[in-house]
Design a protein around this ligand. Structure first.
Ligand SMILES: NC(=O)c1ccc[n+]([C@@H]2O[C@H](COP(=O)([O-])OP(=O)(O)OC[C@H]3O[C@@H](n4cnc5c(N)ncnc54)[C@H](O)[C@@H]3O)[C@@H](O)[C@H]2O)c1
Ligand SMILES: N[C@H](CO)Cc1c[nH]c[nH+]1
Ligand SMILES: [Zn+2]
Length: 440
């Protein structure tokens, strides 16, 4: 892990450090474009072929049904079942609290405007399953989809070596009442949900994290379907001062590093000692990790920055716009107002990022690659559309009508003007403002 001194960093070096560009990005784009067009052309057959090529399994069918899911789920150990149930309850409680009805607003006398939510009818959820199967992602995506009231929920996850999925993922399906899990991974899963195949229903919006193939595919199908956001390889940025614990910081950095070799684990500290101690801790903790090779590569591609103070550290963090931001300092309260860009924030020395990954209740599907500058993480809102309504009484129309007539004339759109004038004239013909105002 390289160490930089913030005061020596030029603007262009900061930009380079904050960019998540990888050399073979172009190659991935070409491959993904090819996968998408093959799925569009060959449908199910392409999915069988890609499962063989990328997941090394010959599938007999592309999905597991309820009976199969129940049978697989029955192998789940009791403690895991209990842990999933607890995580589910917290995620449900937090996401249910996001359902809000908005007030009706009278913008002028007799002019009433409001918004109502409607669920997106057909949604597709991608559950990663390449380097690790992530049943936690199933909870994070399906729970808000169900709360929002989505009618059709299509779930895809890569097949495992036995051509099935594991008992944890199957248990989530049973718990959530999802009747089918499609055994499709990578860009081909995204293409299948975007365009539909003989077996896979087409959806209106695709959700879920994934590796570079999945994320690139999501960005490429956006002229056909909506997507939640680019949620690619995991990343964490830890801001630390002398009140932090270097063993805790190392553990948090390694937690995201073990997701994949392209994960990013960034430390921005106000003390050289904390950086050096953390690097030592990383070495110690790496040694005992089963996925040490993956984590070590991700750590090697990551870096530390020495900042003069916490405000400067925050400045770097806002430029980086991390998926996860950990404020490993007793001073975290004063930093909260300074946060501009971050997916999800973990406050103080006793809030490990892993709690948000699994069970605190917040969603772990979050923007990466700097997209936290513009996107939010998945929430119940992401599964809803907000439809605006307006209703005018006769008084309302006479109050607002002349304004609209003038604006329509200014744009040279006579028919727009007339849609107002015809009503105002009708009113004056029948004798002044229409008798009864029926504004809701
Ligand atoms: N941002 C978030 O919210 C968030 C949340 C959870 C996980 N993640 C990230 O999701 C990612 C999961 O990645 P993963 O690989 O473990 O699982 P994945 O399910 O995203 O990808 C596995 C699939 O990738 C495809 N693939 C693999 N190699 C390929 C190749 N050479 N060419 C074409 N396709 C190929 C295969 O079809 C395979 O099924 C990790 O990077 C993790 O950090 C992000
Ligand atoms: N850290 C991931 C989001 O970047 C989410 C996750 C799932 N399981 C463990 N972690
Ligand atoms: Zn994680």
């Amino acid at each position: 892990m390289k160490i930089y001194n913030y005061k020596d960093l030029s603007k262009s070096k900061i930009e380079e450090l904050c960019s998540r560009q990888i050399e073979d990005d172009k190659l991935v784009e070409e491959r993904v474009a090819d996968i998408i067009s093959t799925v569009k052309k060959d449908g199910d057959q392409a999915l069988f072929n890609f499962a063989k090529a990328f997941d090394k399994v010959e599938l007999e069918k592309l999905f597991l049904d309820t009976g199969e899911l129940k049978a697989i789920a029955s192998a789940i150990p009791a403690d895991a079942k209990k842990a999933i149930d607890t995580a589910y309850q917290n995620i449900k409680t937090f996401h249910q609290s996001q359902l809000k009805t908005e007030d009706k607003i009278e913008t002028m006398p007799g002019v009433v405007c409001w918004r109502e939510s409607r669920s997106i009818e057909k949604v597709g959820l991608y559950i990663p399953g390449g380097t690790a199967v992530l049943p936690s992602t199933f909870l994070m995506l399906a729970t808000p989809a169900i709360i929002a009231g989505c009618k059709e929920i299509v779930v895809c996850s890569p097949p495992q070596n036995d051509g099935k999925t594991n008992c944890y993922l199957a248990y989530c399906a049973v718990l959530l009442g999802i009747e089918k899990v499609y055994l499709i991974g990578g860009a081909q899963a995204v293409a299948a949900m975007a365009f539909g195949t003989e077996s896979v229903p087409q959806v209106y919006k695709i959700f879920g994290p994934g590796n570079r193939y999945v994320t690139t595919a999501k960005t490429m199908v956006q002229n056909k379907v909506a997507i939640d956001m680019p949620a690619g390889p995991s990343e964490v940025l830890v801001i630390a001062d002398e009140t932090a614990n270097s063993a805790f910081i190392a553990a948090d950095l390694l937690a995201q590093a073990e997701h994949g070799t392209d994960s990013q684990a960034i430390l921005v500290a106000t003390s050289e000692e904390i950086i050096n101690q953390t690097l030592k801790e990383i070495e110690n903790q790496l040694a005992i990790l089963p996925r040490k090779d993956i984590a070590a590569k991700a750590i090697a591609n990551s870096y530390a920055v020495l900042a003069e103070n916490l405000e400067q550290a925050m400045q770097f963090s806002n430029e980086y716009a991390p998926e996860h931001l950990i404020l490993a300092t007793e001073q975290f309260q004063s930093l909260i107002p300074l946060i501009i860009n971050a997916g999800s924030v973990f406050l103080g020395n006793f809030t490990p990022e892993s709690v948000g990954d699994y069970a605190s209740g917040t969603n772990h599907t979050l923007p990466t690659s700097g997209f936290a500058k513009a996107y939010s993480g998945v929430s119940t809102d992401a599964f809803l559309k907000k439809i605006t309504f307006q209703q005018l009484s006769a008084t309302g129309l006479s109050n607002i009508g002349p304004t609209v007539e003038i604006l329509a004339a200014a744009e040279g759109l006579e028919a727009h003007k007339n849609a107002v004038s015809i009503r105002l004239n009708f009113e004056s013909e029948v004798g002044g403002p229409m008798s009864e105002d029926k504004t809701t």
